[in-house]
Design a protein around this ligand. Structure first.
Ligand code: IPM
Ligand code: MN
Length: 352
C-alpha cells in the first residue's frame, strides 16, 4: 500500500506519528507492506515559499492508494487560504465526492448527552463533498459601499447527488444494522425548493433499487434536535455538503469531541484516491506539548485501512482503540487523558 502522508500544521504532525505507528504495527500483524511518503504541505511551507500545493502535486497524489492528512491551519495565515488551497483543492481535484463521518461513541468516552451510551450513539453521516455552497461561486457588487451586494451560490447536479445517494444506500446495505437498515436524507425541501427538490426526487428514484433499506427523510433543523434527543434513531444519514459540515460537528461533540472524530474524503471510483483526516484542527496552543489526543487520528487511519482493501486491519485498529478508551484513558480532552500523546499511541499498539 502506498500512502502520501501530510502531517500538516500545529499538532497535525504529532497525531500523525501515532497513527503511522499504529499502521506499521497492524501491517506487521496482518502481513502487508506499506510505503509512506511525507509531504510538508501546510502553513509553514506556505509562509516560506508562497505555495500551498506546488505544481504537479495533485497529479502526484493520484499515484497513491490513499492520502493521510494530519491537520491544517496556521495562526499566521489568514482563514480560508489553506482550507481552500489545500483541503478543498484536494477534495475537488481528486473528486472525493463522499465525506464519510462515522459518529460512534466508544466505550469509556463521555458524551454530553444525558443518559446515552455507546449503544445509543452509533450512526454514519455520508456528506456530499464537491458541490453546494462549497463550489466557490459568487461575487460582490459595490463592494465596500453601503449598497454592497454579495452572492454565494449553491449548486447541485443530478450526477453529484445521485452518486452520493447511491453510495449511501450501498453503504447502509453493507453496514447491515441489526436494528434495521435505514437511510435518512437530511435536507431542507420546504425552503430550498429547487436544489433540494432535485435531491428529494433523486433520493426517491435511487431508493427503488434498495428495497431492503428503509428510505427516510428529516429536515436539517429537526435532525439537529433528534440527534441530541434520540441519537439511537439514526443508522445512516445522507446529506448535502453544507448541512453535512454542520451536523457532523454536532455529531463529533456527541461522540466525545474533536479528539475522537475522524473523517474520510472518498473517491470510490476505480483508481480514485481518497484522503483521511481527523475532524479537529491544528490546535496551535497544544503544539509540541505531547498532550493532544491522537485517537481521532488513529481512527482516521482505521478508516483508511477499511476503505482501501484492508478491512480486517481497519477493524483490528478500531477494536484496539475501544480497548484503550474503555479501559485506560481518563478523558478525551487534551492534557486530561491520563497519558501523553505518544503513550496513547503505544497503548493502541499494545492492545493490537
Ligand atoms: C470540515 C472542515 C472543512 C469544511 C473546512 C476546514 C474547510 O470544517 O472538514 O468539516 O468546511 O469542510
Ligand atoms: Mn467542518
Amino acid at each position: 500500500m502506498k500512502i502520501a502522508v501530510i502531517g500538516g500544521d500545529g499538532t497535525g504532525p504529532e497525531v500523525t506519528v501515532e497513527a503511522v505507528k499504529v499502521l506499521k504495527a497492524v501491517a506487521r500483524l496482518e502481513g502487508f507492506d506499506c510505503e509512506l511518503t511525507d509531504y510538508d504541505f501546510g502553513g509553514e511551507r506556505y509562509l516560506r515559499t508562497g505555495d500551498i500545493l506546488p505544481d504537479g502535486a495533485v497529479d502526484e497524489m493520484r499515484g497513491y492508494d490513499a492520502i493521510y492528512l494530519g491537520a491544517i491551519g496556521h495562526p499566521d495565515v489568514a482563514p480560508g487560504i489553506l482550507e481552500r488551497g489545500l483541503l478543498l483543492e484536494l477534495r475537488f481535484q481528486l473528486d472525493q465526492y463522499i465525506n464519510l463521518r462515522p459518529i460512534k461513541l466508544y466505550p469509556g468516552v463521555e458524551t454530553p448527552l444525558a443518559g446515552k451510551g455507546p449503544e445509543d450513539i452509533d450512526m454514519v453521516v455520508v456528506r456530499e463533498n464537491t458541490e453546494d455552497l462549497y463550489a466557490g461561486i459568487g461575487g460582490f457588487l459595490k463592494k465596500g459601499t453601503p449598497d454592497e451586494v454579495a452572492t454565494q451560490t449553491a449548486i447541485y447536479t443530478r450526477k453529484g447527488c445521485e452518486r452520493c445517494i447511491r453510495w449511501a444506500f450501498e453503504y447502509a446495505r453493507k453496514r447491515n444494522n441489526p436494528k434495521g437498515k435505514r437511510l435518512t436524507l437530511v435536507a431542507k425541501t420546504n425552503v430550498l425548493t429547487c436544489g433540494h427538490d432535485l435531491w428529494w426526487r433523486t433520493f426517491q428514484d435511487v431508493a427503488k433499487e434498495y428495497p431492503d433499506v428503509e428510505p427516510d427523510y428529516n429536515h436539517v433543523d429537526a435532525c439537529c434536535m433528534w440527534m441530541v434527543k434520540n441519537p439511537e434513531y439514526y443508522d445512516v444519514i445522507v446529506t448535502t455538503n453544507m448541512f453535512g459540515d454542520i451536523i457532523t460537528d454536532l455529531g463529533a461533540i456527541i461522540q466525545g469531541g474533536m479528539g475522537v472524530a475522524a473523517g474520510g474524503n472518498l473517491n470510490p471510483d476505480p483508481g480514485g484516491t481518497s484522503m483521511f483526516e481527523c475532524m479537529g484542527g491544528s490546535a496551535p496552543k497544544y503544539t509540541g506539548k505531547n498532550v493532544i489526543n491522537p485517537i481521532a487520528a488513529i481512527s482516521a487511519m482505521a478508516m483508511l485501512l477499511e476503505q482501501t482493501g484492508q478491512e480486517k486491519a481497519g477493524q483490528r485498529v478500531l477494536s484496539a482503540i475501544q480497548v484503550v478508551t474503555g479501559t485506560k484513558m481518563k478523558s478525551q480532552g487534551a492534557g486530561r487523558m491520563g497519558y501523553s500523546t505518544t503513550e496513547v499511541g503505544d497503548l493502541v499498539v499494545e492492545a493490537l
